[in-house]
Write a protein that binds this ligand. Structure first.
Ligand SMILES: [Zn+2]
Length: 267
């Protein structure tokens, strides 16, 4: 069961986990269709740090926000440096990075908050997005887990921060693993395998000495180790490289591509 549904509002296509919505947590994983971008013709690039024209990116963000009745000026973003720092978003941080990448929360790869109508937003092209919501404490989280962040334990660190800041209990937390590069397409070297050996089952050895790595499964196992219940972890099960017509894929497009926006907000 994944409960991940592709749909559109006002011509903005996105995927969303129904289980989160049902509990009052809006969430969206944007597709690349129907935007304005100088970098990707007709693409909905939502990231300011990838060499696109800022004015067009901001226009895309406004269209994306409008599809959900959100205020684009409140999108709260962080730098995404493939680390494991998690920031608690208080009112003073609302809207950081909404207009300029230089203003995003520094040296941070995950955000948590308990403030309503404050959309957290991070950007992805193959790295694993993980959204979190705890219906009991009313807190949410969003993490950026590429292989380095996964090795650094960013998903578990987000759970810990929700515990510390909001008293969230792991057994109540829902997690949703979004579209990201799948094991079918993600070849890595032995450096990544060595770093991830604790979860060796997430790697398949190849004859060339390299491995096919399953970052989605690796994050799922890390979440189970952090105390989440199996039935509360959802996985969209979509590979961005296999679905590159729908989602941006860094590997499929040799690094020259846009980013999907992943957003979660407490209604
Ligand atoms: Zn694939």
């Amino acid at each position: 069961m994944n409960g991940f549904v592709l749909q559109n509002n006002k011509n903005i296509w996105y995927g969303s986990f129904a289980a989160f919505d049902a509990l009052g947590f809006g969430n969206a994983f944007s597709c690349r269709l129907h935007g304005e971008s100088a970098l990707i013709s007709g693409g909905l690039n939502l990231a300011l740090h990838v060499g696109d024209e800022a004015g067009l990116v901001l226009k895309n963000r406004r269209a994306y926000a409008a599809a959900f009745g959100l205020d684009a000026g409140k999108f709260t973003c962080c730098e995404q440096v493939h680390g494991s720092n998690v920031a608690v978003v208080v009112e003073a941080l609302a809207g950081k990075g909404a207009e300029a990448y230089s203003d995003a929360v520094k040296n941070t790869d995950a955000l948590v908050t308990n403030l309503p109508q404050l959309p957290l937003m991070l950007f992805f092209a193959d790295c694993v997005p993980v959204i979190f919501a705890d219906p009991v404490s009313g807190s949410i989280g969003l993490a950026h887990a590429g292989w380095r962040g996964t090795v650094a334990g960013i998903a578990a660190s987000t759970v810990t921060k929700m515990q510390e800041a909001f008293g969230a209990k792991p057994e109540n937390i829902l997690a949703g693993i979004g579209p990201s590069i799948g094991q079918c397409c993600y070849e890595v070297d032995d450096k990544v395998f060595e770093a991830g050996k604790k979860y060796a089952g997430c790697f398949t050895a190849k004859e060339n000495g390299r491995y096919m790595a399953d970052l989605q499964a690796w994050n799922r196992l890390a979440l189970l180790d952090a105390g989440l219940l199996p039935q509360n972890i959802y996985n969209a099960g979509i590979c961005t490289q296999c679905s590159k017509e729908l989602f941006f894929s860094y590997r499929a497009e040799n690094g020259k591509t846009g980013r999907m926006g992943v957003t979660i907000w407490k209604k």
